[in-house]
Design a protein. Structure first.
Length: 505
């Protein structure tokens, strides 16, 4: 034993986890095991049900009260594997087509883990996570041909992106509103089609404008906003003393993937002095396939654009984005000074890149930029382009499969990656009830998960193709199962049919 040198004392032991200390080596071992389990699970996805309901004993355990004494790492991980993991939403599976969800790139999963280890608060200041988010925003601006000096923010999703964009629009038209509130101000109105997403309705309500100030205008037979209806509404509102301030255009409606006539809306917005916001939650990402840009032309001229990276960029949730054309468009609407959050000339609180806390509602923000930064750097842009193109091609294949089959009926045009259809069968049954029950059985069977919508009063099976794991064979599987279940339901509904249809091969 060497004597202690008073000029060079031994370094103190590394900081431990205090009250949360675990037995030596346990955390490391479990992290390795969880990584192995995740990789094994990816390889097994196809053999698992897309979705399954949790049995009553699992539901009971997930309602148990909290214990004072911990169960430990091992037991809790086993409980996760037994009670949580198997009853997931299912959007990691190749045959999940419901609503609009991303499939979750493993590189994004890894980056989310790494981001959690840093535990950064990405509100502002001089730190790497702020540089990374600004870099990702720069990439996205360039991708969508937005000006480099515009404003932008990564958000929890499209809902938040729509809210922030409309707040910026409201501020641009009525800057005094931040001080005065809405009282006694102009009657602000905004415009969009009846197909506009419910998150826009929420945003309008939260902004204090009242839902009726959002004029929900009719669509044409392709579910696109009708310009004649827009012109008429603007005329009527101006005559009535209202102040139109914004136009919400869809680049991919949630129901059918319809794209509003963007070039004409750009012109209208300019002529009428309106802020043009494009909700491109998933549809905007078709921009990555250069041959599809024509379909979305005009999007790059919007005053603001909302889109999700956790939908059609396949990243794990949550990550969305709002881009605003004008310099400080978000900051003017949100920056709120406080001495405890001021930027100093140097040190950690120096202003480095974006003061993200001043561009939105949240102060403490997670490091969601890392998964975009990581996945885009690992893979480069090209595979994203390829995967999006493949999903667009799959939508065409699905339309062809439906149109080829007389027992099925396509219910809407499919200009992008959303396909709506129903089982028609012999046509002798009440089709809404039949398709509703068919969808429930399809989901319970675990073979595929489409979701539903209602189009012109008709219940539709709805598939959104935003999944990088989906293959053409998955679409064939879906159609076979829909036909099998449709026939089964028709047999159950008609006691007279004694001869069951031949089984499908
Ligand atoms: C999903 C979606 C939204 C909302 O986005 P979230 O990320 O779910 O908050 C808004 N608009 C459209 C068209 C969508 O598909």
């Amino acid at each position: 034993m060497s004597p202690i040198d008073p000029d060079n004392p031994p370094s103190p032991p590394p900081p431990g986890e205090g009250a949360f200390a675990l037995p030596a080596g346990e955390l490391r071992a479990l992290l390795h095991r969880a990584a192995d389990d995740f990789c094994d699970q990816l390889a097994r996805l196809d053999a698992e049900p897309v979705w399954q309901p949790a049995p009553p004993d699992v539901r009971a355990r997930l309602r148990a009260p909290l214990a004072r004494v911990g169960a430990g790492l091992e037991a809790t991980y086993e409980a996760f594997k037994r009670d949580v993991l198997p009853y997931r939403y299912g959007n990691v599976h190749p045959r999940f087509f419901g609503w609009v969800n991303g499939s979750g790139l493993p590189t994004g999963v890894l980056a989310d883990f790494l981001a959690a280890t840093m535990n950064s608060n990405v509100g502002a200041f001089d730190q790497s996570a702020v540089y990374v988010e600004e870099q990702v925003l720069g990439w996205l601006r360039e991708l969508f041909c937005f000006p480099a000096d515009g404003d932008g923010l990564l958000t929890s999703g499209g809902s938040m992106a729509n809210l922030l964009a409309l707040a910026a629009a409201r501020h641009a038209h009525a800057p005094a509103l931040r001080e005065r509130g809405l009282h006694g101000g102009p009657r602000l109105t905004l415009y969009g089609s009846v197909e506009t997403h419910s998150s826009v309705h929420k945003a309008v309500e939260l902004l204090g404008l009242g839902l009726t100030s959002f004029r929900r205008l009719p669509v044409d037979e392709h579910y696109r906003l009708r310009l004649d209806a827009l012109d008429e509404a603007l005329r009527a509102d101006r005559a009535a003393g209202c102040t139109p301030f914004a136009l919400v255009a869809n680049a991919g409606t949630v129901n059918t993937g319809a794209i509003d006539p963007l070039p004409a809306l750009v012109t209208r917005a300019r002529e009428q002095g309106l802020w043009l916001h494009v909700d491109g939650a998933f549809g905007a990402l078709a921009w990555l396939a250069p041959e599809r840009r024509g379909q979305l032309a005009g999007l790059e001229q919007a005053d603001s654009l909302a889109f999700d990276l956790h939908k059609w960029l396949y990243l794990p949730s949550d990550i969305g984005c709002v881009l605003v054309r004008g310099k400080q468009g978000l900051e003017r609407a949100f920056a709120t000074p406080a001495p405890y959050l001021a930027h100093l000339a140097g040190g950690l609180s120096a202003l480095s890149d974006g003061a993200f806390k001043d561009r939105g509602i949240e102060l403490t923000r997670r490091f969601r930029a890392l998964k975009a930064w990581f996945a885009l750097q690992v893979h480069g842009l090209e595979p994203f382009e390829r995967a999006i193109r493949a999903n667009l091609e799959q939508a065409r294949e699905l339309v062809a499969l439906v149109e080829r089959e007389p027992r099925l009926e396509l219910l809407a045009p499919a200009p992008l990656n959303v396909v709506c259809f129903r089982y028609r069968g012999t046509g002798a049954h009440e089709l809404d009830a039949l398709n509703r029950e068919l969808l429930v059985r399809l989901q319970l069977g675990g073979v595929a998960v489409p979701s539903q919508t209602v189009l012109h009063g008709r219940f539709a099976l709805r598939c959104a193709l935003t999944n990088h794991r989906t293959r053409s064979t998955d679409l064939v599987r879906l159609i076979e199962e829909v036909l099998r279940l449709g026939a089964e339901l028709e047999r159950e509904a008609s006691p007279l049919s004694v001869v069951p249809p031949a089984p499908l091969t």
